[in-house]
Design a protein around this ligand. Structure first.
Ligand SMILES: Cc1ncc(COP(=O)(O)O)c(C=O)c1O
Length: 389
């Protein structure tokens, strides 16, 4: 289990570091870099997704790999989510500790130690996991038997991403037979997730590719039904495909994660339908050097922001088309330039960035600072940060 070092500033420590943020304090007083959550926008995002899932009669199981923060999962469950997804066995630990009762690990595990951890967690919560090979089935069965627990099992099918998952219904049937040999395992259905669809920019292209994935999934479900195997749950989908997955008639459960935050990359998608979400996640950064005159330097670089999906946008409500550009990320420096002769922000000013990719950005921070109306309201631990085993 993750151990936190004693807080800096404890009695024996001669170098007290004040907390980055305190509930009730003005947002402007937050020490940077700090990961911020606009609670009003976040809550609207949660409400919108839950309402869409309810209207479609599809279960919502939001992905917690997007945020790694138990308080976020609890807010989703309070609105009607049936459970959450995690991507790793260890990632599930703080969520089980926080009282999340139903977790699907939307991924495969190979090492026996991970199966053992899941089987232990299954003594406290309803746990399921994906397989695409009989070896995984045997490892899960052995671990569940030893722990005296039960594990749900989903067979993952590859619906075009070319990542994990078996190719066809015959392969699913062979695994279902294997699963049926172990009373401590229960076949729950299929996982069919297509990551390649999520960030296709054009709405029409996302719709057509998501449809293809759903059709392929529907064919596998039908073939299994002819063989007498029922799929109680068909789970999949992400924030970029969810509107199509909800309408597909194939998915009984969706697992989007980023919709709650809307990073820059998802913001760059084209949304034609009603189901759109707001930027709710920001990184506060302070201009710490304005010496050059051609650019300024902010205190957030690669150690506070993930740039695998591109650089962050600068949130400028007063200038939506943007007069500033985050041009380059060094370890602890962010180079900010002005566009078209606009003024550079002065030394000491605080900017809010929209991270390029929310999942790995969360993984760089210990705390999520929630604010409303310019005031800090909550400080939520990002407890699963670093839990990648
Ligand atoms: C298996 C699985 N399900 C769901 C998601 C959805 O994530 P998001 O909505 O954040 O794109 C992902 C993201 O990579 C995933 O790998």
């Amino acid at each position: 289990m993750k151990q936190h070092a004693p807080p800096i500033g404890a009695a024996a420590d001669p170098f007290p570091l004040a907390p980055a943020a305190v509930p009730g304090a003005p947002l402007a007083s937050v020490d940077t870099p700090a990961l911020l959550l606009d609670l009003a926008a976040f809550e609207r995002n949660l409400d919108r997704m839950q309402a869409a899932a309810d209207a479609a009669g599809v279960q919502l199981r939001p992905h917690a790999k997007a945020h790694k923060t138990p308080a976020v999962a609890l807010a989703q469950l309070a609105r009607g989510a049936v459970g959450i997804c995690c991507q790793k066995a260890s990632e599930a630990i703080p969520f089980v500790q926080a009282g999340v009762a139903d977790i699907h690990v939307s991924n495969q595990l190979a090492a026996p130690a991970k199966a053992q951890l899941l089987a232990q967690l299954a003594r406290r919560a309803r746990i399921s996991v994906c397989v695409d090979d009989a070896t995984q089935v045997r490892a899960l069965a052995g671990a569940a038997q030893a722990a005296g627990s039960e594990l749900g099992v989903f067979v993952e099918i590859d619906v075009g991403q070319g990542r994990c998952g078996v190719a066809d219904a015959d392969a699913v049937l062979r695994l279902v037979e294997q699963i049926a040999q172990h009373p401590q395992l229960g076949f729950r259905g299929l996982q069919a997730y297509h990551g390649g669809v999520q960030h296709l920019r054009a709405h029409a292209e996302r719709r057509s590719r998501a449809r293809q994935a759903a059709e392929r999934t529907g064919q596998v479900v039908a073939t299994l039904a002819q063989a007498g195997v029922a799929c109680a749950t068909v789970t999949g989908g992400g924030s970029g495909s969810v509107e199509f997955d909800l309408a597909s008639g194939v998915y009984t459960e969706v697992q989007p994660g980023s919709y709650a935050f809307m990073d820059r990359d998802y913001g760059d998608n084209e949304y034609a339908g009603a189901l759109r979400f707001e930027h709710a996640l920001f990184l506060a950064t302070t201009v710490m050097s304005a010496a050059s005159g051609t650019h300024v330097v902010a205190d957030a670089g690669l150690k506070s922001l993930a740039v695998d999906s591109g650089l962050p946008a600068i949130w400028q409500q007063d200038a939506p088309s943007g007069t500033l550009r985050y041009a380059e990320a060094n370890d602890e420096h962010g180079i900010i330039q002005a566009i078209g002769g606009a003024a550079l922000p002065p030394l000491g000013s605080v900017l809010q960035l929209v991270p390029g990719h929310c999942d790995p950005s969360f993984n760089l921070h210990d705390e999520l600072v929630g604010f409303r109306g310019g005031v800090v309201e909550s400080i939520w631990p990002i407890s699963a940060r670093g839990l990648s085993r």
